[in-house]
Write a protein that binds this ligand. Sequence first.
Ligand code: ADP
Ligand code: MG
Ligand code: ZN
Length: 546
Amino acid sequence: KEKLRDDALLRKSLSISKKDWNKEDFSWSRDLKKALKDVFKIDKLRELQLPTMNAIMSNEDVILIMPTGGGKSLCYQLPAVISKGITIVVSPLVSLMEDQLHGLQKVNVQARMLSAKSDKENVKTVMNALLDKKSDIKLIYVTPEYMAKSNRFMSKLQKAFETKRLDRFAIDEVHCCSQWGHDFRPDYKFLGILKSMFPGVPILGLTATAPAKIIVDVQKMLDIQGCLVLRATFNRPNLYYEVRRKPADKDTCLDMIENLLKNRFKDKSGIIYTTTIKDAEQLTRYLRALGIKVGCYHAMLEADYRSEVYSKWISGKYQAVVATIAFGLGIDKPDVRFVIHHCVSKSMENFYQESGRAGRDGKKSACIVLFRLPDVFKLSTMVFQDKVGLQNLYKMLAYCLDQTSCRRSLIASHFEESWTRTDCAEMCDHCKKPKKEKQVDVAPYCRQLYEILTKAVQSETRLTALKLLDAWYGKGASALRVSSVPTPKFTRESGEAIVGYLVVNGYLQEDFHFSAYSTISYLKRGPKAALALDKAHQILFNYELH
Ligand code: ADP
Ligand code: MG
Ligand code: ZN
């Protein structure tokens, strides 16, 4: 029933969106155009920016879904500049707000922010601006925590509302409202009162996270069910997507990266993402030893050092930055020609965002993932406590395990966008070199793995993926091997792929245990084990065992 209602609401959103929001004869159209050029020095609006601004200026509630870097902020900044009152921008992170304030300062737009760290003077200025009709402050940035905690701010907002100074709310990273999102924030719940507290004040929600389930949830949370939903395309035609097998051996892997940086990406600029700070530092050292100019960037480095690394990269003194995902906010380099994931991302959203830093100038750039199954199990111990952490990680795993699908079609379907295969124009590894689809039934292998697991249980041991594979391949402790299980005739890589596929599909399951220093991921039978034990059951995997 709930699902039916959600569908109906979403349909309503889509039918409103048919109205022509692209027109240029609204009463504000001229001001908008002028401020775009004079204040922001921008010549042309991008996809969906005008419809969003027109709708929000018409007092519609809007949710705008647009990939990171698409230009969401302008959709409330420009309307704020041409409006008399104040726009409240809710943003989850102080660093994001500082970035924006900095940008606005450069174009002389008056904006302030409020957070737990704001000093008294600043707070006073902001509170006054809310009521003072003569104030030239156009935007006030605030964290949801601040709103939830500050009665003073909320009462000023109410007064501003009564005197019609409250123009609109913009809620950045609006998916944080939803528990289904990849970074749910309890404080966003507080925003649910805005609609009833300030009736008629439009809300603009902005996000790069698209699933309908999350959008519907966000609408409910904000009490703007059935509002206009504008969705920009996620396709980045100039990005070439590729997944490579990451060599197990460290030196072979380094050879591969060295080769990429010295040949294919010679004199080109890029980013290499790693998972942990330790990985980032190690890889930086190794690459430097090979004579490659790289900088290292992660959250534990001093701010000064980080900005030095950043400027050396911008100016071309470093060919690449080896970084954790802390390297992201505010990257403004148009000619990033490659993004290499030295380890898989923790979700497709992360992957899309991280790889999306390539090719902002529209020129051809490469996004390469170096994939190895053990890396996934290392990441899983870092994300499993998150409600949807494993689910998200397994989607990334499925992307890497896929041997035939167009990478773009996988990304599009993840973001619930429709897709025609020919649209890729050979800009992914699989479209460039298409492979014949080959299905293999991996159910017999699944049952063999169960036998090994059962034996381990009987001898009161747990098996990590590594130990399970070892036992299967006749390596490691002989006590863990099962004589009735034959050693596979295919490579260890294929064996790993099978294990990965069984985990993604619920035939195997990770089982986390805490040791004194770390969390360990063991494997056990998954929720679908009963199915797999039925000899007639097939588990079809599109994979060519080799
Ligand atoms: P998002 O929030 O969607 O990730 P931002 O709002 O931070 O993206 O914008 C990314 C960059 O694009 C910013 O540097 C911004 O100035 C720039 N930008 C936005 N709109 C336009 C446009 N119409 N033309 C050129 N640059 C734009
Ligand atoms: Mg943004
Ligand atoms: Zn393709």
